[in-house]
Design a protein around this ligand. Sequence first.
Ligand code: AMP
Length: 194
Amino acid sequence: MRLILLGPPGAGKGTQAQRLVEKYGIPQLSTGDMLRAAVAAQTAVGVKAKAVMDAGELVSDAIVNAIVAERIDQPDCANGFILDGYPRTLAQADAVEAMLAERGEKLDAVVELVVDDKVLVGRIVNRAEQAKAAGQPVRKDDNPEVFEERLREYYKKTAPLIGYYYAHRALKSIDGMADMDTVTAEIEKILAAV
Ligand code: AMP
């Protein structure tokens, strides 16, 4: 199962991906998590990416494409994976298609979580508060100011992927405003059909 979860920041991609990991036994590949790990480890990629991420902008296609290409060659990805937060640009969408074609693999589904922008800032603020309450580190980009930029980046660079995958007949759009269990059930229904 090779799945892409598409949707703006705060749409619930990460939460849903984690649930699918348990059910399907395939890993969640979150480029955001991978980049945050690189920043924390102060690798060359992390040093380059940090300021861009803190500003809510997108890291270069070359960097993220290389990270994903390396990751999908790991043994745990042999039976598939859930891409969460990648691809985020048309160039990344072309790159993932080429990566899969090279490996004789293909995408099974692209699921778009459709959400109302107005609730997203609240969700992000909530996520930051929950992390703080649990004694976990709060993401530097989970605040209303940076969030506005992340949302702008989404509409400028990522939203065009909805048309791209629609044209490829791979897109399935579901209501991301429904409660978490309903969203999971909807995704599972789509996956059962592929
Ligand atoms: P996320 O955890 O998915 O919200 O990602 C956090 C930040 O990491 C984003 O705001 C970007 O700066 C960067 N990032 C994550 N995934 C990508 C990607 N596919 N392309 C470019 N930048 C990304």
